[in-house]
Design a protein around this ligand. Structure first.
Ligand code: PHE
Length: 447
């Protein structure tokens, strides 16, 4: 059977951008910026994104498109069947873990969208009652489970339809919509009286806050935001046409991801400050502070709906990319049908996600290594496994694969002269700078 692929350049681009733009942009980036020195953090983030993450992105792209295989087989075949395939297998498993708890938050977005459609925030006029609403919701057993099921089901159905008609079509319609929704909220947010303080908070550089921890936070966020080290970019790249320009596609994805993060910051912070609040970190920002802000602002009911639709869409275009990694593996290596693979993976992620969901309520006291189930998986995958995955990817491309093969893939057989010109720099970054920087920043984040 012929392997599926993306139908167009735009389709491939929006699918990758869809994977990159997610909960990481809409809620994690804005508060990390605020906590870590505003514009100073943004500068560090941009530098790390382009000097470290872009070469890793290109590396994943090269592995995927060269092999035209799923993540496991890509590592196996390109290395001539060596132990590298186990790294490939890790990159198949990690996104499943992330998807499981990502789907729980996706479920919260579904619930909050429903709440905003029924105008449940209007009339809840103190921040503390908004907090109670959220705590009551997440700690109750059934509704979060139901919402997790809905979110997981929708993700699975999109992936089940296939690459071109499912993932690509969904992303083509949703990504432009997402962009306009977030942009509209940003513009509205800037017009609120007192918005300037939020802009200051985001963009006033405070270099004294830049230390090892801030750099580690920036790098971790950039990895997560660009979906690196998870086999997702690799898998999507394996569906990209051989004629496409890897450098162009990678840069376009990284730039759109950054734009989304910045626009999300401008959508959220000025509004929060305009109502005299301080941004909380973590889920509290999106599920407590913002609903309160929406309940207070003119036309807030509508803004709330637009915001939670955007959050849900952003989460969905990311979750489908995580699911596709393992679907491709099961279909190609274990000879599952696409439907069968989706059904099995739905069941796996549903169970793990259910445990994560319950860890906010009935299972709150159950701890693994001192953390709740949700925090344990989040920490393990986004701090440890993702960094490891990215490190292995650059080591694989920089030290295991043949330089001539990478050159060939990166320049489309030598026909892309601009790529040929920058190859030397890119190679140096992949081989030396990225691995050392990843290790250094990872270690400095620990101390
Ligand atoms: N990049 C996504 C976000 O910012 C998360 C993600 C991670 C998606 C890994 C796919 C793979 O939310």
């Amino acid at each position: 059977m012929k392997r599926e692929s993306f139908g167009s350049r735009f389709g491939a681009l929006v699918a990758m951008a869809g994977s990159a733009v997610g909960l990481g942009n809409l809620w994690r980036f804005p508060y990390l910026v605020g906590e870590n020195g505003g514009a100073a953090f943004i500068i560090v983030y941009i530098l790390l994104s382009f000097l470290i993450c872009l070469p890793i992105f290109v590396s994943e792209f090269v592995i995927g498109r060269r092999s035209q295989k799923n993540a496991y087989a890509a590592f196996r075949d390109l290395s001539g069947g060596s132990a590298w395939k186990w790294i490939g297998l890790v990159t198949v498993i990690v996104p499943l873990i992330v998807l499981s708890y990502y789907s729980v938050i996706g479920g919260w977005s579904v619930e909050y969208l429903l709440k905003s459609i029924t105008f449940s925030f209007t009339g809840t006029d103190t921040l503390s009652s908004m907090k109670t609403m959220f705590t009551d919701f997440v700690s109750s057993p059934w509704i979060p489970l139901l919402m997790h099921t809905v979110f997981m089901l929708v993700s699975t159905l999109i992936v089940m339809v296939g690459i071109k008609d499912g993932i690509e079509k969904f992303s083509k319609v949703m990504m432009p919509l997402l962009f306009f929704m977030v942009l509209a909220i940003a513009i509205y947010s800037l017009t609120l009286p007192g918005a300037g303080k939020g802009v200051d908070y985001l963009f006033n550089p405070d270099f004294s806050k830049i230390d090892g921890k801030a750099c580690a936070a920036a790098l971790g966020q950039a990895f997560f935001s660009l979906s690196l080290g998870f086999g997702t970019i690799l898998t999507y790249a394996s569906y990209v046409d051989k004629k496409e320009n890897i450098m162009f596609q990678s840069t376009a994805t990284a730039v759109s991801d950054l734009m989304f993060a910045l626009i999300a910051g401008v959508a959220i912070m000025p509004a929060v400050f305009a109502f005299g609040l301080n941004p909380q970190s973590g889920p509290g920002l999106v599920f407590e502070t913002l609903p309160y802000v929406f309940s207070q602002m003119p036309a807030g009911g509508i803004v709330a709906i637009v915001f939670f639709v955007a959050l849900l869409v952003a989460a969905l275009t990311s979750s489908i990319s995580m699911l596709e990694v393992a679907v491709a593996y099961l279909v190609e290596e274990k000879k599952f049908s696409r439907t069968g693979a989706c059904a099995v993976l739905f069941a796996v992620c549903w169970v793990v996600g259910a445990l994560c969901s319950l860890s906010f309520g009935p299972l709150a006291d159950f701890k693994i290594a001192g953390r709740s189930i949700f925090d344990f998986f989040d920490n393990l995958s986004s701090n440890v496994l993702m960094t490891l995955g990215s490190l292995m990817t650059v080591l694989f491309v920089g030290w295991r694969l043949k330089k001539t093969d990478i050159y060939d893939e990166f320049t489309n057989g030598g026909t892309l002269s601009a790529n040929a010109k920058i190859f030397g720099v890119l190679w140096f970054l992949i081989r030396y700078v990225c691995p050392l920087a990843i290790i250094a920043i990872f270690v400095s984040g620990l101390i």
